[in-house]
Write a protein that binds this ligand. Structure first.
Ligand code: NAP
Ligand code: HSE
Length: 427
């Protein structure tokens, strides 16, 4: 039996999940893996705070050196969140010879090369299964189980908060602000929801996933990002009429050395496997040249699902000689040099306009689409209301930049009252 003493940086949702799992399953892990994993110290901001789990007061500390410089501790698990001081503490832990396990996608997406270089330099490990899609073991699958493949497409619902909001909007017909306020009250959404609803959280996760999947660093600066705060119940209802469900998708596609990576609200056909992923569930749809289509589904957040990934990483680290396991790329603090990022990708579009109900308007708009090489697949014109009429277009595949120019021109038409929304469509 090997006794492994660990230190936790953070004791919030994820930290308490790790604590509960080790309490519940620690004996099984000892029996199965010959490991006695003991929580030696836990870093928090406020040691006097009332907590849902009572721990011995000698275990809690507000001094990080009690963990990162503690000779008894060999593994440090970080789930404080944010970039600083998380980055600084992770580096301190690595430089003191501790293997680090983290759930923090933001610090990893922004500072991966620095952290991985430090891990290599000090001969310790850096593990991050929990950083993407909580309890879904997608990192391990991408790093280990799909090595035989050229992975060329990753498409995922990797933010539970936005999937919950979009599901409720779609099923209950209530608007974004109302559902968000409700989700915040119930503790499903953060008090500051920006990172989730504006797509930053999914962008960090996509940077990690695409980098592993494509064996190249895909920096967050090279990922297009758009959140869900502009999605309305009207968009969702028109989408339903056309046979679409709306999801905040993280999409990365590779063709040769050209890569596109984007996070945005997306219409997908109702019969697409991702369309049935409801509420706060996550799913990742991967295409590999040998394996074909693959989908991983499960809980992307929560104390126990995320704790599951953390504790599994701790066990894996203990089983690894030298406790280290590295990515195949690590030295670029920007996009990998062999990669070209595509900004002018092709996709179908849903465009919703409110226009004046006058003769010739449709022809003018169609003319602008034609001028910019955008081919229309279908048009819906709804009942007019006091001289205004909603017009919905779905296009065939068109170039992103051409569509941007077409929308600029359409916005300038006197007959166009408002460009209500433009939503990309993936089949
Ligand atoms: P949380 O509930 O807010 O917990 C954060 C913990 O870190 C708290 O215990 C807090 O101490 C401590 N902390 C924060 N800043 C600190 C500082 N400067 N010094 C010392 N302690 C500090 O957060 P969480 O939901 O567990 O999430 C943590 C991380 O896991 C984030 O990176 C998040 O993105 C990631 N993650 C979360 C989930 C999830 O389901 N929640 C899933 C996957 C990944 P106090 O308790 O004293 O305030
Ligand atoms: N805020 C994240 C989500 C939690 O909503 O998916 C897990 O990363």
């Amino acid at each position: 039996m090997e006794t492994v003493k660990i230190g936790l940086l953070g004791f919030g949702n994820v930290g308490t999940g790790v604590y509960k799992i080790l309490k519940e399953n620690g004996a099984d892990i000892s029996h199965r893996d010959g490991l006695d994993i003991k929580i030696e110290k836990i870093l928090v901001r406020d040691v006097r705070k009332k907590r849902s789990i009572e721990v011995d007061e000698n275990v809690l500390t507000d001094n990080v050196d009690d963990i990162v410089k503690n000779p008894e501790i060999s593994i440090v698990a970080e789930f404080m969140g944010g970039t600083e001081p998380a980055r600084e503490y992770i580096l301190k832990a690595l430089s003191n010879g501790k293997t680090v396990v983290t759930a923090n996608k933001e610090v990893l997406a922004k500072h991966w090369p620095e952290l991985e270089k430090a891990a290599r330099a000090y001969g310790v490990g850096l593990y991050y299964e929990a950083s993407v899609a909580g309890g879904i073991p997608v990192i391990k699958v991408m790093r280990e189980s799909l090595q035989a493949n050229n992975v060329y497409e990753i498409m995922g619902i990797i933010n539970g908060t936005t999937n919950y909001i979009l599901t409720k909007m779609s099923e209950e017909g209530r608007n974004f602000a109302e559902i968000l306020a409700d989700a915040q009250q119930r503790g499903y959404a953060e008090p500051d929801p920006t990172s989730d609803v504006e797509g930053f959280d999914a962008m960090y996760k996509l940077s990690i996933l695409a980098s592993i999947g494509f064996h190249a660093r895909i920096h967050i600066d090279n990922i297009y990002r758009e959140g869900i705060s502009g999605i309305t119940v009207e968009d969702i209802n028109y989408g339903k009429e056309l046979g679409f469900a709306v999801k905040l998708l993280a999409i990365a596609k590779k063709q040769g050395t050209s890569i596109e990576a984007r996070v945005h609200p997306t219409f997908i056909p109702m019969d697409h496997p991702l369309a049935s992923v409801r509420n706060s569930y996550n799913a990742i749809f991967v295409k590999g040249d040998a394996v074909g289509n693959l989908m991983l589904y499960g809980r992307g957040a929560g104390d126990l699902p995320t704790g599951s990934a953390i504790v599994s990483d701790i066990v894996t680290a203990c089983q690894q000689k030298g406790r280290n396991l590295y990515s195949t790329f690590y030295n670029e603090d920007r996009i990998s040099p062999e990669i070209t990022m595509i900004e002018d990708w092709e996709t179908e579009f849903f465009i919703r306009l409110t226009v004046k109900d006058e003769p010739g308007v449709l022809a003018k708009i169609a003319g602008i689409f034609g001028k910019h090489d955008v081919s229309i697949a279908s048009v819906i014109q709804k009942d007019h209301n006091r001289g205004e009429v909603p017009l919905i277009f779905v296009t065939h595949k068109a170039k992103e930049l051409s569509m941007g120019k077409a929308i600029e021109d359409i916005r300038r038409l006197d007959e166009v009252i408002k460009v209500e929304n433009v939503i990309r469509v993936e089949r």
